[in-house]
Design a protein around this ligand. Structure first.
Ligand code: S3P
Length: 169
C-alpha cells in the first residue's frame, strides 16, 4: 500500500506535478482543495469568505483525515495544510510526504499570474505580495522541511525530472 502527500507553498506546482507523478506511480490522484469543494459544493474562496479561515482549517483537517483512508493514492494538499493542527505529523505517520521547494522570487512570479484564486493572497501585489510570501514562507518552512523527501522545484520540472522523482519514491 502506498500513500504519498505532496506539500509546498501555493504555486509550487503540487497539482501539476502531482497528476503526472501519480500516473507514473500507478496511484490515484486526489487534490485536497478539489475534494473539499466537491464535499461542500462551494469553492475554497467561498468557504473562506462565508466561514472564515479558522473554520476552513478545521474542514481541511477533517477532509485530510478522510482522504487518508484511501490506499494507493497521491494526495496533493493545500499550501497551508501541513502548518495547522498536527497535520504534518499525521501525514508523516500515514504516508510519505514530499515537499516541493521553490524560492520566494520564483513563487511570486508564478503567483502574480494566478493570485486571484487564492483567498489569502487577495489584495497583495508587487512588493507587498513579495513581502507577504517571504514572511509566510519563513513561518511555514519549518513544517514543510519535516517532509520525508524534499525536491527542488525551482525550475518547472521536465519529464525526466518527474521520472527521477518517481524512481526515488
Ligand atoms: C492555501 C492554499 C490553497 C488553498 C487555500 C489556502 C494556503 O491551496 O488550500 O486557498 O493557505 O496556502 P494551493 O496551495 O493548492 O493553492
Amino acid at each position: 500500500m502506498r500513500r504519498i502527500f505532496l506539500i509546498g507553498y501555493m504555486g509550487a506546482g503540487k497539482t501539476t506535478i502531482g497528476k503526472d507523478l501519480s500516473k507514473r506511480l500507478g496511484l490515484s490522484f486526489i487534490d485536497l482543495d478539489c475534494y473539499i469543494e466537491g464535499r461542500y459544493l462551494k469553492t475554497v474562496g467561498q468557504l473562506f469568505a462565508e466561514k472564515g479561515e479558522d473554520t476552513f482549517r478545521k474542514i481541511e483537517r477533517n477532509m485530510l483525515q478522510e482522504v487518508s483512508m484511501f490506499e494507493d493514492v497521491l494526495i496533493s494538499t493545500g499550501g497551508g495544510t501541513p502548518c495547522f493542527f498536527e497535520n504534518m505529523e499525521f501525514m508523516n505517520r500515514n504516508g510519505k510526504t514530499v515537499y516541493l521547494r521553490v524560492s520566494v522570487d520564483e513563487l511570486v512570479k508564478r503567483l502574480e499570474l494566478c493570485k486571484h484564486t487564492r483567498p489569502i493572497l487577495k489584495g497583495h501585489s508587487g512588493k507587498e505580495l513579495k513581502d507577504f510570501v517571504a514572511e509566510s514562507l519563513s513561518k511555514r518552512s519549518p513544517f514543510y522541511e519535516q517532509a520525508s523527501v524534499v525536491f527542488d522545484a525551482e525550475v518547472m520540472l521536465t519529464d525526466s525530472d518527474v521520472q527521477t522523482i518517481s524512481a526515488a519514491l
